[in-house]
Ligand binder design. Sequence first.
Ligand SMILES: [Fe+2]
Ligand SMILES: [Fe+2]
Length: 390
Amino acid sequence: MSAFLGPIHTWLFGKITLQNEIIEEIIELATKQQTDRDWAGSLNQQFGVFPVGDLESIIDTTNIHGWLQKHVIQVEHKLATLITQIQKEQLLSLEAIQSVFYEQGKKQSKQNNPSSLADLWKLIQDTMLDGMPCDHALEVMEQTENRILWKRRVCVHGDYWKQAGGDINLYYTLRDSFLQGLIASLPYELKREEDATYEIRQLDSIDSVELMMEEHQNILRMLQVVRNACYQLLQGADVVYEDFYEMIDFIKFYADDHHHGKEEKILFDEMVKHLGKMGSNLITHGMLVEHEWGRLFMSDLKEALQQLKDGREEAKLDIIASAIGYVKHLTRHIEKEDQLIYQFAKNHLQPEILKQVNLDTFQFEKEATTAGVQKKYQQLLENLERKYVC
Ligand SMILES: [Fe+2]
Ligand SMILES: [Fe+2]
């Protein structure tokens, strides 16, 4: 290390360089949309070229603070100007720009692998540019092993966005995407408490088997809805197509993709790998076959609904047969899993494998929560229960 440079200078230049990388990634995306536009040239002309090389060889050692500050200002202007222009010309969607920030956050998390909330907070400070250290832009209000609360004491970015004619709120939305990327594979959740106050807290660890047994209860509630709807048909009621399609939607995306998806990709996969012939037989020739069988009932139900729509009155019989066939089949399947399969897994999988199952389940749930899966199907279930279950 140079006699002039300290760790704080390298640390700050790392943050400036990361923001420059984000700018370059956005330029690359924008250039794909408009190949003859020289975004980099135009930004360089306005704000100067970003220096390349070892910090020691590029920095002005007679004015280290001033040189670093000049490049903080440079990348702040470039980011604000670039994004504001792209948004005004509608060249890229907000989601596309957000995903650059999100992926960069994920990359930083993967490279640094923070193993505690303290590590994560350090990573946030090591990667997010908030002016010069003397600006003290962020202030920690509370920090424990499981929770960190901080606030933005002063906004050091607003002027750049104002000068670019842009919206500072957009910048903070993009920073949120970066933070979400940082914690994407970690057991933490981020909340913006108020406009300038943030909280990251550790989520309680998930017990995969317990969670899937709770999901069984939701699925059984839907099976009751299906049974009651079929009983109404038997008593002469008309088929309410939109309700049946909602039941099928729940069964396809919640019971099958969300619940069976977790079983097949996580728990059952580990059982096949680690529980010998018995585990392999129970899963491959038992549970997986039964999942397929359930899908057949659903495809028969959809076909029967279409036939009735096309005027074949007798198809009502096939609607009831396939729907009730599914109800009985899945009820038995759930009983088997609750009483035998899950218990066999819990009793025989090694603790480190069960821990991995829980971690993978946590990740699966987190992605589904982001996509709104659990909330959507909980509401759909409650709506149908109001109609069909007294
Ligand atoms: Fe299953
Ligand atoms: Fe299940």
